[in-house]
Design a protein around this ligand. Sequence first.
Ligand code: HEM
Length: 579
Amino acid sequence: MDVEGQLVPKPVYLWGVLAVLTLLLYCWLLPSPIPGIPRNESLGILGDMPSMLRYARRTGEPTAWFREQTEKLQAPLVQVFLRPFSKPFLVLADFRESQDIMMRRKDFDRSRFTNDLMGGPAPNHHIIQPTNGVWKAHRRLLQDLMTPSYLGMVGLPAVYGSALNLVKLWKVKAALAQGRPFSARGDMFFVTLDAILGFSFGDAFQHSAMRPQLDLLGSMMSEESDRLNREDGEGRDVPVEFPEAPLNEYVDAILNAGNILEALQSSIVPKLTYWWLSRKRAYRRAHRVKDDYIRHELEQAVRRLEERKEDEEETWVRSAVDLMVARERKFAAQDGRTPEYYSGIMLDEIFGFVVAGHDTTSTTLLWGLKFLTANPHVQVRLRERLHAAYPSAAAEKRTPSMQEIAHTTVPYLDATVEEMLRCAKTAPAITREATVDTQLLGYPVPKGTNVFMLSNGASFFTPSFEIDESKRSKASRAAKVRKLDESSDMAAFAPERWLVYQDGQETYDATAGPQLVFGLGTRGCYGRRLAYLEMKVLVTLIVWTFELSPVPASLASDAAVDGLSHQPRECYVRLREVV
Ligand code: HEM
């Protein structure tokens, strides 16, 4: 006993209580795993976050970190802890199970993760909605935009026109570069931008990104070419750096308003990051200019619509915006309300086309150029098939016309584009959220758990993990899924994996390999048909017109960076005209 008759002095007692409380708090904050699902052991309260951030800083590819966890833990389903004090995220590396979740299961839906990302910049876009009445109402406005007839009427001219501009630009660049390589990044960015803006706003769209590039380079004199070659070094392998014309201010604003997504994508607290970034003057300005511009395009479309009679067919429609205002008028009449042509929904859905459809397509094409450059035999085979498919164009030494392309099927082209999409890993992970307590591969999955389904590892580029059939869902077991051939080199770029031969005929088979780049099921990519169209037209015109000659190894690295999509760090081409 001490002098005051206490067993333990008061300060010591208080320190003890504090220590116990701290310990309890620490234990409470520690990651609470889902029983049984493999994970990294001995994690602190920050979970896997430090490891993931270190990896992301070192490589620029956080999505590869996810793949590495499945490889390290040797399991098709693992759990990781990525946000402070939050539930685990599941990582699934199995094509068949991912297909099942997206195509058959009702207990998984759009993840709130998407809302964290897009909810700030585009709060009225359907991508953030669960599959409910609101989502359906938005999609009703866009209905038919991706039908073959609409794509033929609006999508194809927009894509073909911008592809022709690319060919023109590259002819000029090939002549100026005199056999030296140059970066294709800006050109792919511009050509896909024109395609999606032409699709969204129609042929009245004034602000092409490609035309100023053409004007700028077209005006360069031959002395300029000598200067470019002299200044940049004499070696055949030293890349030429071409000047780039600035973008129109509206186009620039649309892109800048979308660029914020890159910062949100890499943030561990995206909502807070959005709150902070959206206060910056540059962002507020870009957002305002972008909205003003879209409103202006909507006004033009409403004017065109009002020049039409009420009951007229939609044959006048020349852009996504035209179709949307026509639909809005129709639905408003059906519902007995005034049309809301300039609502946040209209603005965000149109903005969404550009954001969702531009970077993704441009990135996939950049990878595609790298794959073609590294695989000259694929170029040769594809060019042969194209010449056989368009004999008149080949005989007349001209580019295949838009109509010829629209009405011809070239299986080897389809296979090449599909293989580009697989190997590019443009969207290396698709996310879904459990809407109820459920099960995955035999493990309990609490409601609200997010699952990242990978397309950059096992069952895509390396053989699938062994999975006990009894652990799969009933629907998965019942579905007659084809066992994919995993005996060939899965990591290789080989369009042939998508081809089958029937009666000696080469045929493209979209189910012959694993593909998740567009997601799947009801919530799969809305714009995939437009993306295929763009890729087919651009790959056709590029391979028809140019040989993509090898570039030095120092310009051909596979390094990538995860932004809005999984982008190559560099993409150089060396062009030789072949028509
Ligand atoms: C190579 C090009 C493209 C890739 C790789 C791509 C990829 C994706 C992916 C992975 C998703 C999420 C799918 C899911 O959760 O299951 C998605 C959704 C979406 N994409 Fe694409 N996309 C591409 C082109 C386009 C284009 C050209 C457009 C528009 C014109 C577009 C519009 C959309 C929209 C609106 C959604 C949301 C669908 C919904 O939530 O219901 N995408 N895309």
